[in-house]
Design a protein around this ligand. Structure first.
Ligand SMILES: [Zn+2]
Length: 154
């Protein structure tokens, strides 16, 4: 008779439970490690293979420049965005609510030739579904005015 056969049914049950728990834990650890390392690649592949559309939502999009009409706090006209980025000539970026992390890329139709731009700034009035587009001059900011457009998030 083998050792295994000498175990009582209760002992066998206990061994099976321990074995199943260890296996489940190993699977979870392996899964967590896999998700952690591979998630962006997996998301990109799924999007490519299934041709899923990126998320587009209608946002209330205003425009601003660094003038005293657009920014009423003088300290905020220093050319340094809330993210710490120093504005350079020709830059295109967006001020978004705090719920949107800095560096998030989005596409706003009619801005930057429809190419994606990063979120680099915040604004006191930029809350909810509001965005503020940066323009190099007050004239160009006025030309945009305020528009409700379908913003695509990347
Ligand atoms: Zn202005």
């Amino acid at each position: 008779m083998s050792m295994y056969m000498k175990l009582t049914p209760r002992q066998k049950e206990a061994y099976v439970i321990v074995f199943v728990c260890a296996l489940a834990m190993w699977v979870m650890i392996a899964l967590a490690a896999w998700c952690n390392g591979c998630e962006p690649v997996v998301v990109a592949d799924v999007r490519t293979v299934m041709a899923l559309p990126v998320v587009a939502e209608t946002w209330n999009v205003s425009a601003y420049c660094l003038c005293d009409i657009c920014i009423d706090v003088p300290a905020f006209r220093d050319g340094i965005t809330a993210s710490g980025y120093v504005i350079e000539p020709g830059d295109k970026f967006v001020a978004a609510p705090p719920s949107v992390p800095f560096g998030t890329m989005l596409t706003v139709p009619g801005y930057n030739d429809g190419e994606p731009v990063p979120v680099l700034d915040r604004g006191g009035a930029i809350k909810g579904r509001k965005l503020d587009l940066y323009f190099p001059s007050h004239k160009t900011a006025l030309q945009w005015g305020r528009q409700h457009v379908a913003v695509t998030w990347h």
